[in-house]
Design a protein around this ligand. Structure first.
Ligand SMILES: Nc1nc2c(ncn2[C@@H]2O[C@H](COP(=O)(O)OP(=O)(O)O)[C@@H](O)[C@H]2O)c(=O)[nH]1
Ligand SMILES: [Mg+2]
Length: 335
């Protein structure tokens, strides 16, 4: 599952300072009069505590966001590493932890000074000094905190895919029927959800059996072209996909509308098969209702399943094949 999915963002550093100060003055106005010295002491203490709490609450949230990286599985780690380096994340984590510790120490120090102070002027000075130092923690680390926010923005929208359940990835040339297949096999109760995945959207549908769930993943624009045509980000996304692909369905398109000639489709197939050495690959030919290209000439040696999603031919057979292969995968994941 996506470890960022349920994490909340935190207030932007620039807004955080203003927000904390105005909360503090609002709270301090609620203090009722109980003799001059004690009233001032209580007001100043509230101002310190409110600013402290607001800043630390946000720092803790940012810590959780960064720390979630350490709990993520390799699929999510690889996706995050497309845009953030691991060193950067680890450094961020320890810096945020230090910021929290520093804020705690400052609060302790100044609150106890305030408790011992005997003059109104002193109390004002103590509060100003404390708030100045608390605020400067945020100001000095504005860039770091913004990076943590960027991480959240990117990571919390990554698809929610469980590595404990079988994953079937659908590949093949543009327009072959990949999306149609995912929609056809996905059980009706669950809508196919679309998630931004690096720069593309991926679609995740589910196929339910009596005991377990199979995740069907359509990756538009990712596994549909020769490797040489993919940019660096796409290559990294493909690497990330390796961690979770148990089964790959590769679809060939022999129809008059084919995007690539079969020879080329075969070389894309070979590339994908070689890039995902641990996945079970199922080659299928779709659109047999409108075959035009000479399939046998190119795909003779492949044990392909013949399919027409348009006419519903071969769908049950493919579903059974996926379910029976997935069962073993599911059992092995249970260990
Ligand atoms: N003739 C025919 N058309 C199909 C078949 N399966 C899908 N299509 C059509 O092919 C087009 C592309 O399908 P789509 O699922 O969007 O392909 P994708 O780009 O691989 O996701 C759509 O117009 C589908 O209706 C089929 O078995 N036969
Ligand atoms: Mg599609």
């Amino acid at each position: 599952m996506n470890p960022w999915e349920k994490l909340k963002p935190f207030t932007k550093p620039d807004i955080l300072i203003e927000e904390s100060l105005s909360k503090a003055s609002r709270e301090s106005r609620k203090i009722s009069f109980r003799g001059k010295l004690e009233t001032v002491r209580r007001k100043e203490r509230v101002r310190i505590l409110v600013v402290y709490r607001n800043i630390v609450r946000n720092l803790r949230r940012s810590y959780k966001i960064v720390n979630a990286y350490l709990k993520a599985n390799d699929f999510y780690k690889d996706l995050v590493k497309i845009y953030f380096s691991e060193d950067e994340i680890l450094a961020l984590r320890s810096k945020i932890r230090n910021m929290i510790l520093t804020a705690e120490k400052l609060k302790e120090k100044y609150v106890s000074e305030l408790n011992e102070s005997k003059s109104v002027d002193d109390m004002g000075r103590i509060r100003r000094e404390c708030l100045g130092r608390l605020i400067s923690i945020v100001k000095r680390n504005r860039k770091l905190l913004n990076t943590a926010l960027e991480l959240w923005k990117y990571a919390h929208r990554l698809p929610s895919i469980s590595i404990d359940e079988p994953v079937v990835v659908v590949a093949g040339p543009p327009n072959v029927g990949k999306s149609t297949l995912v929609n056809t096999l996905s059980t009706a109760e669950v809508k196919v959800a679309s998630y931004p995945f690096t720069t593309k959207d991926i679609h995740v549908g589910h196929l339910f059996t009596d005991f377990y769930r199979i995740q069907l993943i359509d990756t538009p624009g990712l596994l549909d072209r020769p490797l040489s045509e993919r940019n660096e980000i796409e290559m990294k996304a493909i690497i990330a996909l390796k961690h979770l692909s148990d089964i790959i369905i590769f679809m060939f398109d022999p129809s008059p509308f084919r995007y690539y000639e079969l020879e080329e489709q075969l070389s894309i197939y070979n590339e994908i098969r070689d890039s995902f050495p641990t996945a079970i690959i199922i080659p299928v030919i779709n659109k047999i209702d409108v075959v035009e290209a000479d399939i046998n000439k190119y795909l003779d040696n492949l044990d392909v399943m013949r399919l027409s999603l348009a006419l519903g031919i071969g769908v049950d057979e493919l579903r059974s094949r996926i379910v029976s292969l997935s069962e073993e995968i599911w059992r092995s994941k249970l260990h």
